[in-house]
Design a protein around this ligand. Structure first.
Ligand SMILES: Cc1cc2nc3c(=O)[nH]c(=O)nc-3n(C[C@H](O)[C@H](O)[C@H](O)COP(=O)(O)OP(=O)(O)OC[C@H]3O[C@@H](n4cnc5c(N)ncnc54)[C@H](O)[C@@H]3O)c2cc1C
Ligand code: SF4
Length: 512
């Protein structure tokens, strides 16, 4: 046997670098379900089911192609529980001449991988993950030329490099971004579309039973599991989005609506992040819909920016700054994560909706993550490590390379503004403008403090007061601090007291 090719759970793509030159006659492909990966945070059960089921479907597809696949299931006797342990066992069994693997998404795994060659005494080739458009080296070069790493300029470079939505060397439509036409609340009388879902097949049902046995107490229900678990399923899901929702994507991307978790979002991050779709083909499909006249430019551009802009940029920042990136805590936030993040039990309707749908579907869209659960964590002063652990655990698409910069940088400002020029702190007014949550809430969104006041209001003002020394000089916060300056001293005291009492009253418990 010549080469042992290790494929990780978020690399289930026939085009992944480690399989590029697969020789089905002589090579062995290896895949393993390991306890270390299941347990390093208390993952939502739907996330574990998605990954294991996609792995098993991919194993079967490779076998149909004639490949020899060495597959270790989670409950197989002798499973060592780690990639390193399973690789050691496989090397003993197959005595390969070399090991080939695609670079992992997370620093934690890469750190283990780079010791394999010395540990096993045979060549271990770690190939660049070319599912991404921008390499880590290319991002480093880009970052070296900048004083601040704003996404917008990176995005323009990615547009030029990919040719997506370009008209020669100019952006299609004469502008790079059409956000002025985007980001409206959900129209009052419009019913959200029924999105295509994928009922579990036999393999998925087997995995669900395994996960129920193996992780009986972790967060999230399995009842509503209907994510695609194959390449074809993911392509069908993308088609469904493009046909029914893409035309309205820009307009609705920031809207929130009670009992409507998906609205016109793509629902593709889970598939992109494990290899069932590629970024390039997803954006090309969307561009084609625009060129065919099916979707307006503001929608197509807004969607493509999320992927070749934000997604690539976030990954670039992760690999540029790890491993130290996670250590910062610029706003010195130290509160433990309130239990309501796991239970969903709260009188705040916006939090109950966002956490409830996360429990049921392992999904909340960007604005719910940023401006509801994220904003609450920011203004309440919750410790970054606790917030990050929650985000990494509960979402179907969560991997550290994408979760960490979003949470640590964009939401919590823990990186002192590396990723965003100001904290996204907001009062209840923003949530009220973009959702119908407040109308169904016991709290009064119009009230700053006092009986019945919306907690997002007094926590927001308390946050602004708490960080006045650090943030008041930020030009992007100047307007907000003009309003802070108008607060009478007695009201400042009342806000501080109410915020402290409210937060001290929130139950905390160890994570499940
Ligand atoms: C605190 C926080 C944590 C997040 N954690 C994750 C995570 O663990 N995994 C993850 O994939 N995304 C994460 N995001 C980004 C974003 O919320 C999700 O990608 C998006 O909600 C996925 O749903 P969708 O496919 O319906 O996205 P759509 O709204 O349809 O957007 C299209 C695609 O754009 C990409 N995208 C959009 N915004 C971002 C962003 N800020 N960073 C990276 N990609 C982006 C995603 O691939 C997404 O599928 C996080 C955002 C925040 C604020
Ligand atoms: S009133 Fe405040 S707590 Fe209630 S839904 Fe609105 S923003 Fe959330």
């Amino acid at each position: 046997m010549r080469t042992l090719r290790l494929v990780l759970g978020d690399q289930v793509s026939r085009h992944v670098a480690a399989l590029r030159d697969l020789d089905t006659e002589r090579d062995v492909v290896m895949m393993c379900e390991v306890q270390d990966e299941i347990a390093y945070v208390p993952h939502h059960r739907q996330k574990i089911v998605l990954i294991l089921s996609a792995m098993r479907h991919f194993r079967d597809a490779l076998r149909r192609e004639g490949a020899t696949v060495h597959y270790v299931t989670l409950d197989e006797p002798g499973n060592s529980g780690s990639f390193t342990g399973e690789l050691k066992r496989a090397i003993e069994k197959f005595t390969p001449q070399q090991v080939v693997v695609t670079a992992p998404g997370e620093y934690r795994v890469w750190d283990a991988m780079r010791h394999w060659e010395a540990a096993f005494g045979l060549p271990v080739e770690i190939r660049r993950d070319d599912r991404f458009i921008c390499t880590a080296t290319r991002f480093r070069q880009w970052a070296r030329q900048r004083q601040n790493l704003r996404m917008e300029f990176f995005y323009r470079d990615m547009r030029r490099e990919t040719g997506l939505l370009m008209d020669g060397d100019r952006p299609e439509g004469g502008a790079w971004n059409f956000d002025a036409e985007n980001r409206k609340p959900w129209p009052k009388r419009e019913t959200p579309p029924a999105r295509r879902r994928f009922p579990p097949d036999t393999i998925t049902r087997e995995v669900m039973a395994l996960v129920e046995r193996h992780c009986p107490d972790t967060f999230g229900t399995l009842d509503a599991f209907d994510w695609a678990v194959t390449r074809q399923g993911a392509l069908d899901a993308l088609d469904d989005f493009v046909i029914h929702s893409l035309p309205f994507f820009g307009r609705s991307q920031d809207a929130m609506k009670r009992d409507a978790p998906f609205l016109h979002h793509g629902l593709v991050s889970a598939y992109l992040n494990i290899g069932l779709l590629t970024a390039r083909e997803t954006c090309q499909r969307v561009e084609q819909a625009y060129r065919d006249g099916h979707a307006p430019l503001n929608a197509a551009e807004g969607f493509i920016r999320q992927i070749i802009g934000w997604r690539e940029y976030i990954r670039g920042v992760y690999w540029l700054k790890m491993p130290t990136y996670a250590h910062g805590n610029a706003l010195e936030a130290t509160r433990p994560l309130p239990w309501l993040y796991w239970s969903g039990e709260t009188t705040m309707e916006c939090m109950a909706q966002s956490i409830g749908q996360t429990r049921d579907h392992a999904y909340a869209h960007h604005i719910q993550r940023l401006m509801v659960t994220g904003n609450f964590a920011l203004i309440a002063g919750i410790a970054p490590v606790e917030v990050e652990r929650w985000y990494l655990a509960v979402f179907i698409d969560a991997y550290e390379w994408v979760e960490l910069p979003n949470t640590h940088g964009m939401v919590l400002f823990a990186d002192d503004g590396l990723l965003s020029s100001k904290p996204y702190a907001a009062s209840g007014a923003y949530i009220n403008r973009m959702s119908d949550y407040c109308g169904a809430c016991v709290h009064d969104v119009k009230k700053r403090q006092g009986d019945g006041a919306c907690p997002f209001n007094f926590l927001y003002w308390d946050f602004m007061l708490r960080h006045e020394d650090r943030l008041a000089h930020n030009p992007r916060m100047a307007l907000a601090y003009k309003n802070v300056a108008r607060l009478p001293p007695a009201e400042r005291d009342a806000i501080r007291a109410q915020a402290r009492a409210f937060l001290d009253d929130l139950p905390t418990r160890p994570a499940p």
